[in-house]
Design a protein around this ligand. Structure first.
Ligand code: AMP
Ligand code: MN
Ligand code: MN
Ligand code: MN
Length: 292
């Protein structure tokens, strides 16, 4: 049985569209471990036909990914995953099919990268107070690309024996209430939506089931997102359970939003998530790739 058969719902999704899509992935430009070119090669070897490169708050890997995609005979959708603060939650908004040279988008992302730089120094200072020195320098060494994030700190802390694995680092140091957590302000939802729309992109709420919001609050977010021009929900995500695919599919239908599917691949060191290894969208979903 191949992976697709394994994931095929017994209900049958109706539409078997022939192409394999993976619309959420990261390279070394943000917190992935493969360079954009390597990522595209792994995608092609994994049977992906259409891959969205959606690095956090940065689009500088897209040119390299597109060039390799052409060599490999697959398609890259230029994308980005924007960090947003919304009512006390950090929410990630995907921009798919964005124009990576758009000035409005680039200016917005530039501000976020500056904030990330400040936050990284702050995380370093906080960890230093807890007796962990050089974490900022260590994280910067891990970050070979355009920005530094918590996953770079996590990799450094694992390598230096402060935790078993990256999950353990997040739990012990990097989430709310823990010594290395910095509560900061990302983009406002309205601003992030403006940047994506200015760049001609299609906005999708990334992994909506991951935010630990009540059903009412999540629907408030979806409502505001839709009002601001949002088009889709990431129904199938590498970080959603099977039940969550169906719950998110219902929200997408209720709000008349498109459904997207993405692994949120960060590299081969997380063996649980593979490129393109995603189940079909639940029945009744309107796939976002209809508009590509
Ligand atoms: P940042 O945007 O720098 O705050 O970091 C968020 C990123 O950290 C996410 O995109 C994931 O790649 C990673 N991350 C967040 N929570 C966890 C976790 N519990 N285990 C492993 N990685 C995580
Ligand atoms: Mn990440
Ligand atoms: Mn995310
Ligand atoms: Mn992601």
């Amino acid at each position: 049985m191949n992976n697709k058969d394994k994931h095929r719902y017994s209900e049958g999704s109706g539409e078997i569209c022939g192409l394999t899509y993976d619309l959420h992935s990261h390279s070394t430009v943000s917190d992935g471990t493969l360079r954009p070119a390597e990522l595209v090669k792994v995608a092609a070897a994994s049977g992906v036909d259409v891959l969205a490169l959606t690095d956090h708050d940065n689009v500088s890997g897209i040119a390299e990914a597109e060039a390799t995609a052409q060599e490999q005979g697959i398609r890259v959708i230029p994308g980005v995953e924007i960090s947003v603060s919304w009512n006390g939650h950090t929410v990630h908004i995907l921009g798919l099919q964005v124009a990576p040279e758009n000035e409005v988008l680039l200016q917005g992302l530039q501000e976020l990268c500056e904030y990330r730089q400040w936050r990284a120094q702050e995380i370093g200072r906080k960890l230093h107070k807890k007796g962990i020195s050089d974490a900022y320098e260590g994280a910067c060494e891990q970050a070979t690309g355009a920005l530094v994030g918590r996953l770079h700190f996590a990799r450094f802390l694992v390598q230096h024996g402060h935790a078993r694995d990256v999950k353990d680092v997040f739990r012990k140091y990097l989430v709310t209430g823990k010594p290395g957590y910095v509560c900061g302000e990302w983009a406002a939802l309205e601003d992030a939506m403006g940047w994506i729309l200015a760049a001609g992109g299609l906005a999708v709420i990334a992994h909506p089931a991951r935010y630990k919001m009540t059903r009412g609050k999540l629907r408030r977010l979806i409502g505001e997102f839709k009002e601001l021009g949002g088009r889709g929900l990431e129904v199938v995500s590498g970080s959603h359970s099977r039940d969550e695919y169906f719950t998110m599919a219902r929200h997408a239908r209720d709000f008349d939003l498109l459904a997207s599917a993405g692994s949120d691949y960060h590299g081969p060191d997380n063996p649980w998530i593979k490129l393109g290894n995603l189940p079909e969208l639940p029945p009744g979903c309107d796939p976002v790739w209809k508009y590509f």
